[in-house]
Design a protein around this ligand. Sequence first.
Ligand code: CP
Length: 318
Amino acid sequence: MAKAKNSLGGRDILDLASLSVEEYELVLNTAAEMKRIMQRDIKKVPTLRGKSIINLFYEPSTRTRTSFELAGKYLGADVVNITTSSSSVVKGECLRDTILTVQSMRCDAIVMRHPVEGAAVYAAKVAKPIIINAGDGAHAHPSQGLLDMFTLRERGLQFKGAKMVILGDILYSRVARSNITAWKKLGADVHVVGPKTLLPYDIASLGVTVHDNVEEAIEGAQVIDVLRIQLERQKSGLFPSPREYARVFGLSKKRLALAAKDCIVMHPGPMNRGLEISWDVGYCDQAAIRDEVQNGVAVRMALIYLTLTGGKPIETLN
Ligand code: CP
């Protein structure tokens, strides 16, 4: 597909650093239209009829994979899921051959999650179909960043100057990197906090304020994005015990009271309830966690629509 001027047509979506603020706006405004479609009784349009999308996931996922699948289906595309644990990857097929194999089947887009940083960039170099990065190691999770942005905008947040805190396992978090990139571009005052062992040594170079004391970080925050402790990526214990982590760094109601009155609580999911976030905070009105999930479908509809159609006017959907 030829690259369309001033649109995301034909573009790979690899990270949020390579998208402009105007392109964030394009995705968010399109997602608002998509949300209206998915709230109809019959939430299906024929816009992507004849297009095929492969979800190629080398890591587990509930939210991202399911929402990309529904997004494609709501827009009329054919969507096929490949779970690598039951694919020829277990027989030793390399990433390049797997991508070329699905490309030979004439798919138009590959939505890919992979444990290695840079895997999506590599796939984009190898593959002709559009590559949408659904998370590569600790590098980037652009659709999560965009759905978080959409959710915050929907709740009325003005990003410029807002105090936004990312709490927890920053070291292994692609969500943290995508959100820091986007929030800084939007002019927010971004803070990160967690145990020193879970803070990358060079994190301050991203222009964030770094804390190892939660109370100090949270004070007056308008947004707290709580990150999952990614135990599956830790080769050795990076904090003494779950109980101690919850006591020193977990987001409790008492700690949340230090933030701004209407502070919005985010979490990309899945949550370790009772570890990085208490049960009551996870279910409280300030928590936008379920909105994030619903908006994930709308934002992913927008991404595949914009990249696969070249961004033709949204009115043509009706
Ligand atoms: N937020 C997120 O990426 O969740 P999943 O791992 O369930 O896709």
